[in-house]
Design a protein. Structure first.
Ligand code: THU
Length: 130
């Protein structure tokens, strides 16, 4: 799958966003090692702090469906800014995919690409048996 195809899936996912408070509809498309793509959107709440970001929605959907190995993530938000994953999402992404590639696309279709390691250079980790 090309970067552009993954971004197009994120664009479509943004259409499902529930963002009545911020008005910022965000979509995410997470490519798993087996080729399956899980989508996510932001889901806001009247109690603002309960909002779920698009990226975490996608990760939690994927893990709950049996995937833990991820290759690429595309994030899309309309407008002039590149929507970069927030700090909490970076930490959640790195739990499963420290080598992840992160694409962020804006309204005009341009996109930037980063290694998650660049976005979260010194992550908090704990060794587990899993
Ligand atoms: N948001 C995301 O979904 N992903 C990000 O990486 C940053 C922010 C959402 C949360 C909230 O619904 C809206 O964007 C404005 O912060």
């Amino acid at each position: 799958m090309t970067d552009r195809e993954l971004i197009n899936i994120a664009v479509e996912a943004a259409g499902e966003a529930y963002a009545p408070y911020s008005g910022q509809k965000v979509g995410a498309a997470l490519e798993c090692a087996d080729g399956v793509v899980f989508t996510g959107c932001n889901v806001e709440n009247a109690s603002y702090g309960l909002t779920a970001c698009a990226e975490r929605t996608a990760v939690f959907k994927a893990v709950s469906e049996g995937r833990r190995a991820f290759l690429r993530l595309a994030v899309y938000m309309a407008g002039e800014e590149y929507c970069m994953p927030c700090g909490a999402c970076r930490q959640v992404l790195q739990e499963f995919a420290p080598e992840l590639e992160v694409l962020s696309a804006r309204g005009d279709g341009r996109y930037v690409s980063y290694a998650l390691r660049e976005l979260l250079p010194h992550p908090f980790t704990l060794k587990t048996g899993e």
